[in-house]
Design a protein around this ligand. Sequence first.
Ligand code: PMT
Length: 403
Amino acid sequence: MLTGKRVLLIVSGGIAAYKSLELIRRLKEKGAAVRCILTKAGAQFVTPLSLSALSGEKVYGELFDLTDEAEMGHIQLSRDADLLVVAPASADILAKMTQGRADDLASTALLATDKPVLVAPAMNVRMWEHAATQANLATLKARGVATVGPNEGDMACGEYGFGRMAEPAEILAAIEAALNARKGLLGALSGLRALVTSGPTHEPIDPVRYIANRSSGKQGHAIAAALARHGAETTLVSGPSQLPDPPGLKTVHVETAQEMLAACRAALPVEVAVCAAAVADWRAANAAQQKLKKDNGSLAALQLTQNPDILAELSAAGAQRPSLVIGFAAETEKVVEQGRAKLARKGCDWILANDVAPGSATFGGDDNRIHLITAEGVDDWPQMTKVEVAERLCRQIATTLGH
Ligand code: PMT
């Protein structure tokens, strides 16, 4: 049941807007209070009267409507809800959310909110598959926005493929999951200080070349964002990444493993440390000041030296040791076995082992499959998004530290 829950439903422009009427009916049946914002484009497909009749509430449309602002300011509108749902979420509104634009009531409410957001994309298959839409969606997911659908099927425009909005029952289930996932957890980590490492490190060979790896930072950034969302005072130490800094926390940008270690030391003391960065194990012993030439053998004679192990250092930090030190193990074979060995070798409390074999798409992808290894044993998590991994990890941290 959703009794007492308040959902702010944003209906943007798309033929699937008619399904939102059914969604309102189902939400009301479950006991939720539903308030609607109907965008200008959305109003081409459904009327304010239908939304108002089903929700039993006034429907909001214009940002600068004086009556609306006097009754319920746009900030209040988004803060009053437990969850914001955008259904249908057009390509346009996803782009606006990504860019942080606020040129109408819907986009302003989405920018002003500090509440969880769920989007149900609906659009033509080509628009859905376009690199711009996919990049927007990846950014939104990395910021913690939950998604449901789209589904595959025949489209109103006569084409076939992905782009159909999820069915009302699926959106309802996603709403329940989003509300339950956060039930009792938001704010549960307040009072905790957390440190997260994320992304790759770049180890210079000369001014134009460096040693690196395929980490995007998605997993580490998602964990830092989730810790901050749940109230922990969080420092993210990030290697080079294309991702934006997550909101509500301090991000320290570094390039090399040595810089990452220094930034981690400076962030202590903390109660929780999560090392999700793919730190280069080796660096050039003497990075050249000038570009090395391939014809004099200097590149072939490249000498490597071992980098400091940040996870092992944090695990052995004496009085400064965090109460909970969590590492990752990125393996291409015998994932759990090697993860167990890493837990013992590095002296941390938990290892999240994940498979990074070619074809796994763990590096750079949106999903991950974790084996949580502790002194008690191994917990195999199902495949889920990196944001969901972050949420589950936060729950586990809260339980373990009695928060
Ligand atoms: O960034 P994404 O594209 O989202 O991909 C996510 C990920 C695959 C990078 C992430 O899930 C992950 O597995 N991170 C750890 C990658 C790694 O370097 O694993 P490892 O098995 O080599 O190292 C084990 C642990 O020691 C890790 O916690 C690592 O952060 C830490 N380490 C390693 C070497 C080093 N010099 N210092 C460290 O702190």
